[in-house]
Write a protein that binds this ligand. Structure first.
Ligand SMILES: [Zn+2]
Length: 398
């Protein structure tokens, strides 16, 4: 439920030679990245291939007008380390019983597909064996990470922590929704106290659950958007991740940037459109706009300003092209309910009309990443996996 404000700089390099695509297009061939002169992968002492940590774009113009919606579904997992009380449990239960079904209904009745990034630990009816997870110890939360989680609990007794039935409901919805991962246990990556071993184990647990449930390891959303250990994420088989937001204004100080973003919400400032790029062999898809929750002081952000920003984004993407990437948490609909749900419902209705009129299209993160890779490969003139052809993609466009 929190947005990060980390900085990243994108560098674009010119193509210098042909690249090839891996037969399994989910896994990038190292040759793809070797073709960018001066940024070739190399082997380190442990013979592991190291990819350049720069962003690579297809070099083509803007993506055609596209809206992407990503949702971080986390119940109580999202903030128990910051504040744990009855209100959090109530919010988790409400999101399980009311918030998620309502939001799914708004999406489907408007014919819209979204990417649901779900905390892996809540995707099963109960917790798996946790012994393979190295412990973390953060300055802000020094207890064992699963201290508050009912370890013998399950969805019937603790719907505020477990949501296997929600995943099933989302999977069987029409139009098809995408299920991604929001880590396994919502540990903040890239923070003091986090280790690479735990990050790799989190990815491994997610991949195992994906296999158990029969879903692909496509998109990943980092808790609090703290992006880290990208090469390991790629090696775990994920194809794309949500990167930090492209903000209308960004200051040297993260605090100032946060204040600027709050003011942008109050003023209803136009959000920025984004473009996918490649970072360490995985597709980076930054956010354009977070629909902030209405808890605490945020309740003073007028609903009309929130809707104005969303409408400006729709208008901008319709007129100028590119990708308008909206994201939020189903949990965000709880505070001041039904204020935010009404804003979201209105936005989805207007988006649905634009999609039906052919003014723009709506893709999931995975679809956008596939298209990006396909265009990158096409620019190099190599053969594509059928999964990445335009025709294949068209089947998924809503
Ligand atoms: Zn989260």
């Amino acid at each position: 439920m929190y947005e990060a404000a980390t900085c990243g700089c994108i560098v674009i390099f010119k193509k210098t030679s042909q690249i090839s695509t891996s037969p399994d297009a989910r896994y990038p061939a190292s040759a793809n990245y070797a073709s960018w002169r001066g940024h070739q992968p190399f082997r380190n002492r442990s013979s592991r291939i190291v990819y350049p940590s720069v962003a690579i774009k297809t070099g083509q113009e803007m993506t055609q007008s596209t809206v992407v919606i990503s949702l971080d579904l986390e119940l109580c997992w999202g903030s128990f380390d910051l504040s744990f009380d009855d209100d959090l449990l109530k919010m988790g239960r409400w999101t399980h019983d009311v918030g998620t079904p309502n939001l799914l209904n708004h999406l489907t009745r408007n014919g819209i597909s979204a990417s649901w990034a779900v905390v892996g630990a809540m995707m099963r009816p109960s917790l798996p064996d946790l012994s393979g997870l190295p412990e973390v110890s953060y300055p802000h939360f020094s207890k064992p990470w699963f201290s508050y989680v009912p370890q013998e609990g399950h969805e019937l007794t603790h719907p505020e922590w477990f949501g296997a039935s929600l995943v099933e409901m989302i999977r069987s919805a029409e139009p098809q929704q995408e299920i991604g991962f929001h880590s396994f246990s919502h540990v903040p990556f890239g923070r003091l106290g986090m280790t690479r071993e735990r990050a790799v184990a989190e990815y491994r647990y997610c991949a195992r659950i994906a296999q158990e449930l029969g879903i692909p390891t496509t998109c990943f959303v980092f808790p609090r958007n703290l992006v880290a250990y990208l090469a390991d994420l790629r090696d775990a088989g994920f194809t794309c991740f949500r990167d930090v937001d492209k903000l209308p204004v960004r200051f040297a100080s993260n605090k100032l940037t946060s204040v600027g973003m709050v003011l942008a919400d109050f003023a209803g400032l136009s959000p920025r459109m984004i473009e996918p790029s490649l970072k360490e062999g995985i597709v980076s898809i930054p956010g354009s706009l977070l629909i902030r929750c209405a808890a605490g002081w945020r309740k003073y952000i007028p609903d009309s300003s929130r809707l104005r920003r969303l409408r400006k984004g729709l208008e901008r993407v319709r007129r100028s092209g590119g990708v308008f990437h909206v994201w939020f948490h189903p949990e965000n609909l709880y505070a001041e309910w039904p204020r935010l749900e009404n804003v979201v419902a209105r936005f989805l209705e207007e988006l649905g009309v634009l999609v039906r009129n052919g003014d723009l299209r709506c893709l999931t993160l995975g679809q956008l990443a596939s298209e990006f890779r396909s265009q990158l490969a096409a620019k190099q003139g190599c053969n594509l996996s059928p999964a990445y052809t335009e025709a294949g993609l068209a089947d998924f466009v809503t």
